[in-house]
Design a binder for this molecule. Structure first.
Ligand SMILES: [Zn+2]
Length: 274
């Protein structure tokens, strides 16, 4: 979905309301928990749900990921916005989530465009199902109504657990795993990351208090898949990117990788010498 920032927000709100209504709930009365990594998408989602529902709690799970800088950003953002933040230390999970650059330090973080084949090594095995199960358990224990996570349409090519088929299966399981149904909310599943940036802008999310980089440095590296995706999302949304990157001219680098992934050189794209 493309269009104005305002329409992106209205669309996400409508998706959210519809998903709650499908579960027999009303947004203004619903209370729940958001899987909040501290990245851009989940921070915007948290802001949306805080504004739209009766109560939105941030839940950050430490699953033995490569670094905890993102989680620190999650904590700081919640402090700034006055949102309840829960952090669960489940780092033992990394023992059964190996084979990914995000849980195994022996595997280097690939640089390149988000949809490159090399990005498959950033996939953490069954992460969303595991984390959603934990969030659902927390939700039930608190007498809450919903869990939410920030899958968006750009995730579909490389992350199976962000696709509609997975979301539908998880939604069905959450409706029957307890005596009371729990709603699984994914209001961004039909919008792009650029739209998420637009929604965050409309919602007043302080983007400088979100962190995306797979490498975990003080500054974003600007070259890993998620940095490149972040850079391009701000560019496509037409929003100034406040992120500090280690490399100079990160946008030119990201655009070069984007075109290269599609077999197009910048020279061809510009119609230059061939
Ligand atoms: Zn990076």
């Amino acid at each position: 979905m493309k269009g104005s920032a305002r329409w992106a927000l209205v669309f996400a709100q409508a998706q959210l309301d519809g998903q709650l209504e499908d579960a027999g709930m009303h947004a203004r009365e619903a209370r729940g928990v958001i899987l909040h990594s501290g990245g851009l998408d989940s921070s915007v989602l948290l802001s949306l749900l805080r504004a739209r529902t009766a109560e939105a709690v941030s839940l950050t799970v430490l699953y033995g990921q490569r670094h905890e800088r993102e989680a620190q950003y999650a904590s700081t953002l919640c402090l700034m916005l006055g949102i309840k933040h829960e952090q669960i230390n489940a780092s033992v999970l990394a023992e059964c989530m190996g084979g990914s650059s995000q849980t195994d330090l022996a595997i280097s973080v690939p640089h390149g465009f988000y949809a490159d084949a090399s990005m498959a090594q950033t996939v953490v095995p069954n992460r969303n199902m595991t984390l959603l199960s934990m969030a659902i358990a927390y939700c039930i224990s608190q007498g809450m109504d919903y869990v939410a996570y920030a899958a968006h349409s750009g995730d579909h090519p490389i992350y199976p657990d962000c696709r509609p088929s997975f979301i539908g299966a998880m939604r069905n399981a959450a409706a029957f795993c307890h005596t009371k149904p729990i709603a699984v909310l994914t209001p961004f599943s039909d919008v792009t990351k650029a739209d998420v940036v637009s929604i965050g802008t409309e919602s007043g999310v302080p983007f400088s208090q979100t962190y995306s980089c797979y490498e975990g440095g003080l500054k974003h590296c600007g070259e890993c898949g998620t940095c490149v995706e972040r850079i391009l999302a701000f560019h496509e949304a037409g929003i100034a990117d406040p992120t500090e990157y280690k490399i100079s001219n990160p946008l030119a680098n990201a655009l070069r990788l984007f075109y290269s992934a599609q077999g197009v050189t910048l020279e061809q794209e510009k119609g230059g010498d061939q």
